[in-house]
Design a binder for this molecule. Structure first.
Ligand code: FES
Ligand code: FES
Length: 170
């Protein structure tokens, strides 16, 4: 067994110090060391997006980042983002559009969607599909997820510019 190394990662605003093997991935640090199970382990190969978390504000795949790489950094999971109210619009839209069933993908979907809202406020429906294409869902068929995200985008545009015509995105 490899020698363990002490790392301190600020997770959802709280410094967490653990001794881990150098090969430990961030997702395993979060799930196994901290017991935060809302970060899902799907493919473990960087494909499905279920392990999405924020690292210093940017979304990353927890299965592709080593805990050592996050030493001294700030990590936020769906729990922290949700508690801050950061995702309220998206959560309401997902609920209204039935954009989740089993919920396995949902934490990753919401964090990725929130990143989209920040980076691409003028995204078209096609661009939403493209942006979200790295997050897999086994249940919904994606339509309702894209509907929910487009609705939030549209609502924000209307709020920012009331003359913006409804339906530009939808
Ligand atoms: S578990 Fe990380 S991308 Fe699938
Ligand atoms: S809601 Fe089941 S995997 Fe997306």
């Amino acid at each position: 067994m490899a020698e363990k190394i002490e790392v301190t990662i600020c997770v959802n605003g709280v410094d967490q110090t653990r001794s881990v093997e150098p090969r430990t991935h961030l997702i395993d640090f979060i799930r196994d060391e901290l017991g935060i199970k809302t970060v899902r382990s799907g493919c473990e190969h960087g494909v499905c997006g279920s392990c999405t978390v924020r690292l210093n504000g940017d979304i990353v795949r927890g299965c592709l980042v080593l805990a050592l790489q996050a030493d001294g950094q700030e990590v936020e999971t769906i729990d922290g983002a949700s508690d801050r109210g950061d995702l309220l619009e998206l959560q309401a839209a997902f609920h209204a559009h039935n954009a989740l069933q089993c919920g396995f993908c949902t934490s990753g979907m919401l964090l990725t969607a929130s990143s989209l809202l920040s980076e691409k406020p003028d995204a078209s429906r096609a661009e939403v599909r493209e942006y979200m294409s790295g997050n897999y869902c086994r249940c919904t068929g994606y339509q309702s997820i894209v509907d929910a995200i487009c609705e939030v985008l549209e609502n924000r545009r209307v709020t920012a510019s009331p003359e913006h015509s409804l339906g530009d995105t939808l």
